[in-house]
Write a protein that binds this ligand. Structure first.
Ligand code: GUN
Length: 293
């Protein structure tokens, strides 16, 4: 069994991005600039945004954090998005989700100029990704594929079972894994809460991507010997043993599943650290106008 060290890969990628940014600056090019909008005081969101801003600093990007109270109206937020769309210095920006109930997330996502949508959530980016055109790919699916690539895990012709059908992970990662590309080129089965023979399907999988958000859902008796297991779960489970009072818990019963796997991602330290790298990479691509002119 080999542990997939997402933290080490993420550190490596950050160094690669930092080197490229230094080169751009040395050549008199524009410093990539990411803006992040955060609304309200959700603990998880504040932590994620702080990490994103810090990572920008680490690789030499400019970053701008725009924080608004949860009382901001949808109209006011849409006006802020318009300002960022029109700001020539901002290469890419994201609106951290979730948003307060009175604001439509879909409206917000669609208000973002797709050429600055470094989260890859805009329907134009999702659609282009689905048909294999250059696009901003959302962070978690891109991070998963990058891990498979860097560990040289063969995916062509393999049976990949994705558990979960969210717009952020399950749907895009299943599209990418079936794409005629490397990584990709797999036979993909997407399972979800209504799937009847989930255990039977998982037992046929060469690669399992668990992204349903249910702690320790994937048990050892659902995994075939030698499978690759990618754990996307990050549920905060209360724990008296940590300073923060919670423990990040994956969708895989790691202790019992790991001995059966050829490769497995831990939680934390697997897919998680890769997601910020994907955001940085998209921002770099946006800065270079590599996808859209
Ligand atoms: N909330 C949880 N994950 C994400 C993400 O990747 N992007 C944004 N904007 N919000 C999130």
């Amino acid at each position: 069994m080999q542990l997939i060290d997402g933290k080490a890969v993420a550190d490596q990628i950050k160094q690669e991005i930092a080197a490229e940014v230094a080169q751009i600056k040395a050549n008199g090019g524009k410093t990539p600039h990411l803006a992040v909008i955060i609304v309200g005081h959700d603990g998880g969101s504040e932590t994620y945004v702080a990490h994103k801003v810090k990572s920008c600093e680490q690789v030499g990007f400019k970053s701008t954090k725009l924080a608004f109270e949860a009382s901001i109206t949808e109209e006011e937020l849409l006006a802020q998005i318009k300002l960022l769309n029109e700001d020539p210095d901002v290469d890419g920006f994201i609106v951290q989700l979730p948003l307060p109930k009175h604001i439509s997330e879909q409206k917000v996502i669609e208000a973002i100029d797709y050429r600055k949508d470094v989260d890859g959530f805009h329907p134009i980016n999702v659609g282009r990704m689905s048909i294999g055109l250059p696009s901003f790919v959302s962070a978690t699916p891109a991070g998963i594929l990058e891990l498979l690539k860097r560990y040289d895990i063969k995916t062509s012709g393999k049976h990949c079972v994705v558990i979960g059908r969210s717009n952020i992970v399950g749907k895009p990662v299943s599209m990418l894994m079936m794409q005629k590309a490397c990584p990709g080129d797999a036979t993909v089965t997407v399972c979800h809460s209504r799937t009847k023979n989930l255990k039977e399907l998982c037992l046929q999988a060469d690669i399992i991507i668990a992204a349903l958000g249910s702690p320790k859902f994937l048990k050892a008796d659902m995994v075939k010997e030698g499978a690759v297991v990618i754990d996307v779960g990050t549920t905060r489970v209360p724990s008296p043993l940590t300073k923060t009072g919670f423990k990040l818990t994956g969708d895989v019963d790691f202790e019992n599943v790991a001995p059966k796997c050829s490769y497995i991602t831990p939680v934390p330290g697997g897919v998680g650290p890769m997601t910020i790298c994907s955001l940085l990479r998209n921002t770099l691509l946006a800065g270079k106008k590599a996808i859209y002119k």
